[in-house]
Design a protein around this ligand. Structure first.
Ligand code: 1CP
Length: 358
């Protein structure tokens, strides 16, 4: 199914090639701020019902693209499907966030973990990727994704969300060998998961390291960065994923951008706590940057949204390799009209900034 990509701005930006305007997509672009998402979720019965039935996953993946002029689609799923497939029993209590029925409590629990079967427990994800690629008909590229080993381990050990994930941190200090065993198993699982998504048709791959920034500099390198570097190397060694650009997003880890770029990834997600000009200087223009509007700005008046979007675009300047995004996921109370205002402003101002060249 070699469909011709009609809009390749996102992939060009990841290759540091010039584009006519700045590409934009929005983290969590399919989600609760959209009434049509809430309606489909209602029909599916639950979040897992949505994620595990490819027709529903495909429907909600396409919903934001029908409303806004976005330059990429992202697979509708969740990072926690991998631990679920490893036997931890994931559920989403209404309004409460994710929970595991069987969190990791002992060495025996960690010894038992195995890389899940991509054609078995996780087949529904690959089926969704195949269906979405077909239904996209080359409109925009499809991003596949996974959580980082560190971020997955945070939830697997804690059993639920947390502000500091202190249970895993304690394991890193008290039983570092066991922590490494867990992270290494997860690195293998994440690499296999992303390779399978590539084989199913994903055109770019993103790793969400949402909680990497909770670590101090030494522990970040040891417990988060190390396994992401292993995964990028594994992706480059496999025929299915070799050509795909990889984007790493370590939230709150602006001081580690150069080290993250050293992994050989194509792009880095950047949160709003760092100026894009400084971020670009830190990586020496070697990789593309994706970000970094504070998601809270989408709750401001339209004129403020437009002004702040232009400030982000100006901070990157007229260089190739910027993908506009929020600095973290969009939140449920945002009005959908605000996203349209943002997307249109980014394309319009991005065109002016680049002098309309291609
Ligand atoms: O009630 C609902 O409908 C569920 C809300 C929801 C959604 C829309 C969850 C539960 N997950 C998702 C989808 C999702 N999650 C996507 C889909 C694609 C997209 O449109 O972007 C992606 C990429 C994720 C990734 C994800 N899940 C991350 C990493 C990125 C990030 O935002 O930091 C994390 C940390 C999760 C865990 C998770 N899943 C859901 C929630 C509410 C959470 C966060 C829990 C917490 O605060 O710790």
């Amino acid at each position: 199914m070699p469909d011709v990509l009609k809009n390749d701005r996102f992939l060009r930006a990841l290759r540091l090639e010039p584009t006519d305007t700045t590409p934009i997509w929005v983290m969590r672009q399919a989600g609760r701020y959209l009434p049509e998402y809430r309606a489909t979720r209602e029909r599916a019965g639950s979040f897992m019902g949505l994620a595990q039935q490819p027709e529903f996953a495909c429907e909600v993946t396409l919903q934001p693209l029908d409303r806004f002029d976005l330059d990429a689609a992202i697979l509708f799923s969740d990072i926690l499907t991998v631990p679920d497939a490893m036997g931890l029993g994931l559920s989403f209590a209404e309004g409460e966030g994710p929970q595991f029925a069987r969190p990791l409590r002992s060495k025996a629990d960690i010894d038992k973990l195995a890389v899940p079967d991509m054609d078995g427990e996780l087949r529904y994800v690959m089926d969704a990727v195949r269906l979405i690629r077909k239904e996209l008909r080359g409109r925009v590229p499809l991003i596949g994704f996974s959580g980082s080993p560190w971020t997955l381990a945070c939830y697997m050990v804690e059993g639920r969300g947390s502000k500091d994930f202190a249970t895993l941190k304690a394991m890193c200090w008290n039983e570092p060998k066991l922590a490494h065993q867990l992270l290494d198993t997860l690195a293998q699982a994440v690499a296999a998961y992303l390779i399978a998504q590539a084989a199913a048709g994903a055109q770019a791959l993103m790793i969400f390291d949402t909680w990497g920034g909770l670590l101090g500099p030494g522990p970040f390198r040891e417990f988060s960065l190390r396994t992401m570097a292993q995964i990028v190397a594994a992706l480059k060694a496999d025929a299915a994923s070799r050509e795909l650009p990889v984007v790493l997003f370590s939230k709150g880890a602006g001081q580690h951008l150069a080290a993250l770029a050293d992994t050989g990834c194509a792009g880095l997600g950047v949160d709003w706590t760092i100026d894009l000009a400084d971020a670009r200087a830190a990586v020496g223009g070697r990789v593309a940057l994706q970000g970094n509007l504070d998601p809270a700005i989408l709750r401001a008046a339209p004129a403020v949204v437009r002004r702040e979007a232009r400030m982000v675009l100006d901070s990157y300047g007229n260089h190739p390799g910027h993908i506009f995004n929020l600095g973290h996921g969009i939140t449920p109370e945002v009005q959908p009209e605000q996203v349209k205002i943002l997307v249109d402003e980014v394309h319009q101002y991005g065109r002016t900034l680049r002098g309309g060249r291609r």
